[in-house]
Design a protein around this ligand. Structure first.
Ligand code: ZN
Length: 232
């Protein structure tokens, strides 16, 4: 029996038998742990920075507060109900507010990844709010992130103001930079969200590598064609 199943049985008294949902939740927990470790090993997050969430049933599984993505324990992930109240596991990251804002803005999103990866964070300290944070120079940038990645005005992590800004910005696309903070992406699956977070970091790195040079831009027609091939 999974920890969440133990919890729901203990709390609700329903005594519901285990079913396919429990297996799916267990696999999802393991994938969050594995992908978190992969991101950490490759320097996409350091210390306890960054967090990952994924929809599970009618709730959300979320990495806990002060947890390193490199050393997650599947049984200690926070399981949150539809109202984002904690059902089991450790306390969720205080940045759960970001994730909730994305899910409200993008009902089709199944997972959210937020990182303080070096180039995306550096760019988030340079770009002005509402600016196009980085040029869309490559096909996979457009297909995974859309042609425009907005910059969301700085807000204190966990604040109501930041929640509102994120919800508004993420209605127009699956990726954004949080001013003076890092990156935020949504995906149609956990793997899609992780891939998009990596693509965003690579695009931010390209922006620095090419700074002061004159790269060829994708033409409007090329961008339009790629927009139709979006990986959601
Ligand atoms: Zn953060």
């Amino acid at each position: 029996m999974t920890r969440s199943a133990q919890h729901s049985t203990a709390d609700s008294g329903s005594g519901a038998p285990l079913g396919a949902g429990d297996d799916a939740e267990r696999r999802l927990r393991d994938r969050i742990v594995a992908l978190g470790a992969s991101l950490f090993a490759r320097g996409f997050s350091v210390g306890s920075a960054g967090n990952i969430s994924a929809r599970s049933g009618d709730g959300v599984l979320m990495t806990p507060t002060n947890a390193s993505l490199g050393r997650l324990d599947p049984e200690r992930l926070s399981l949150l109900g539809p109202d984002y109240g904690r059902l089991s596991g450790d306390l969720p990251s205080k940045e759960v507010v970001l994730h909730r804002a994305v899910y409200e803005a993008r009902p089709d999103a199944r997972a959210v990844v937020h990182l303080h990866s070096p180039y995306a964070t550096a760019l988030s300290c340079l770009a002005q709010e509402s600016e196009q944070a980085m040029p869309a120079l490559t096909p996979y940038h457009v297909m995974r992130l859309g042609s425009r990645v907005p910059v969301i005005r700085y807000g204190r992590p966990g604040s109501d103001e930041l929640f509102a800004e994120v919800r508004d910005a993420m209605r127009s696309g699956p990726a954004a930079l949080l001013g003076n903070h890092g990156s935020l992406v949504a995906g149609a699956s956990l793997e899609d969200a992780v891939n998009a977070a990596e693509e965003l970091e690579a695009s931010a790195q390209l922006a620095f590598v090419l700074h002061g040079r004159a790269p060829r831009s994708l033409t409007p027609d090329e961008v339009s064609e790629l927009e139709r091939m979006r990986i959601r």
